[in-house]
Design a binder for this molecule. Sequence first.
Ligand code: ADP
Ligand code: ADP
Ligand code: ZN
Length: 214
Amino acid sequence: MIIIMLGAPGAGKGTQAARIADAYHIPHISTGDIFRANIKGGTELGKKAKSYMDAGKLVPDELVCDLVADRIAQDDCKDGCILDGFPRTIPQAKSLDEAVAKMGTKVDFAVNVDVPDQVIIDRMSGRRACLKCGATYHVEYKKPKQEGICDVCGSELVLRDDDKPETVKTRLDVYHEQTQPLIDFYEKKGVLLTVDGTQPMDDVFAQIRKGLGD
Ligand code: ADP
Ligand code: ADP
Ligand code: ZN
């Protein structure tokens, strides 16, 4: 089963993708995490992506499409995967269609986590991220066991540079302009599942499970 996550930055895509991955035993592939790992590792890709990410802009399609096509062709994705943060533009969605068609499969569900902008701004200022393992927390809604430390791997938690309010505003504009049209794109394919992302995390997950037919 191939599932993609749609939604504004901070809507809860990553939070829900991690739960789906656990429940269905499929890999959770986050393009944002891949870029952050490359920036941390000082790779060529990381160097190219950094300036776009810091500015709250999208990394160009040509830097992301092949990377995802290669990733989903790996062995651990043979029973499916969950894509979190990709596609984010219509050209990316078309490129994904081609990649999955080559593999003889298709996108089964596009889960749209629906959250209004005002709620996003509140959530982002409280998000804390582990740059080592990709786990995310919230200072109010999902506290780690020990303040400032990742429950999963013990690394220090940070406020991502691009989660500062000025950059969040740009990211929301970019979302409305370039990513929101994907809702229509997947609706027309008949695979869209929209859930109310303003509900508590457990309730959002219950809506998703129900929609996936569980
Ligand atoms: P969020 O979790 O807030 O939605 P991500 O971690 O998915 O953010 O992405 C962080 C940044 O990484 C984006 O603002 C963008 O610059 C870059 N990025 C991630 N995925 C993509 C993509 N599919 N296309 C272009 N840029 C991307
Ligand atoms: P995205 O991947 O869409 O950018 P995240 O999953 O990282 O979003 O969630 C953004 C922030 O909001 C995180 O700090 C997360 O812990 C918190 N969060 C996620 N879902 C909910 C929810 N349903 N209610 C309250 N806070 C949430
Ligand atoms: Zn961690």
